[in-house]
Write a protein that binds this ligand. Structure first.
Ligand code: PRT
Ligand code: ZN
Length: 221
């Protein structure tokens, strides 16, 4: 019988790649050696990994190119705030790694210490939709400056008055003379899938994988 294989999108390189591959290994999913940059087959489970940038994972799962994906809540919710189609995605399981917090921050000892101080100011971020939604909810009109990376240098470089960026240890903010003043989102890695529309023939594989993930996560607590 030719079993349909479950495709799982995992970040190619970075914090989610490390945690994701470690979780899969602990869950007993053995990867076959291969030189394919995009696809890695499991040799003992009907699972194929698709290795892509984390920002592309919501689209890959929403479009059906992949059945499941491992992504940060920050990237998932940003995509859902930007694109209507992403409402089809749901979290199957929270994975308990790559924890971080999306925070508003501004120069230490400066005039900006709360969201309302951002009225008429500029905020640099890689998460424009989440940042805009947060400020809008609080009735604050600020201009969002979208940046692909190195957001923490924006105030020093005169690009923006404040930033909204991911924080884990706080060392990056500290090194750049910034202080966080409000939390926009708490995030961790999650397993996402499309709501309802699972391929019949991968459901069993997915359920087995989720049970194994739960076992690994429970053993860590
Ligand atoms: O190439 P690709 O787009 O796939 O990778 P990427 O550069 O976007 O992602 P990567 O690997 O840096 O992060 C992937 C995911 O890990 C993020 O989307 C988050 O869900 C999660 N994560 C957890 C973090 C952090 N912690 C984190 N600290 N992502 C980024 N950071 C950065 C942050 O942007 C800031 O520059 O680390 C710096 C702050 O760290 P501290 O420890 O100094 O506070
Ligand atoms: Zn990314």
């Amino acid at each position: 019988m030719n079993e349909t294989r479950l495709t799982l999108a995992v970040q190619k390189k970075g914090r989610l790649a490390e945690g994701g591959l470690d979780l899969l290994k602990r869950a007993g999913v053995k990867l076959a050696y291969g030189r394919d940059d995009l696809l890695r087959r499991s040799e003992n489970q009907p699972i194929d990994l698709m290795l892509i940038r984390d920002d592309d994972i919501p689209s890959f799962v929403a479009s059906g190119a992949c059945d499941y994906g491992i992504v940060g809540e920050n990237v998932l919710y940003e995509a859902q705030n930007k694109t209507a189609r992403m409402a089809d995605l749901e979290i199957a399981l929270k994975l308990g790694f790559a924890r971080c917090t999306l925070k508003l921050a501004a120069p230490k000892y400066g005039a900006i210490t709360k969201a309302s101080d951002l009225e008429g100011k500029t905020v640099a971020t890689s998460y424009p939709a989440l940042t805009a939604a947060y400020l809008k909810e609080r009735g604050v009109n600020a201009e969002i400056v979208e940046m692909g990376g190195s957001v923490e240098v924006a105030p020093r470089m005169g690009v923006a008055d404040a930033i909204c960026d991911l924080v884990s240890t706080g060392a990056t903010l500290e090194a750049n003379g910034l202080a966080a003043f409000e939390t926009v989102l708490e995030s961790e890695a999650v397993l996402v899938r499309r709501k309802g529309a699972q391929k019949e023939d991968v459901t069993e594989t997915a359920e087995r994988l989720i049970e194994r993930f739960k076992g690994v996560i429970a053993s860590r607590q």
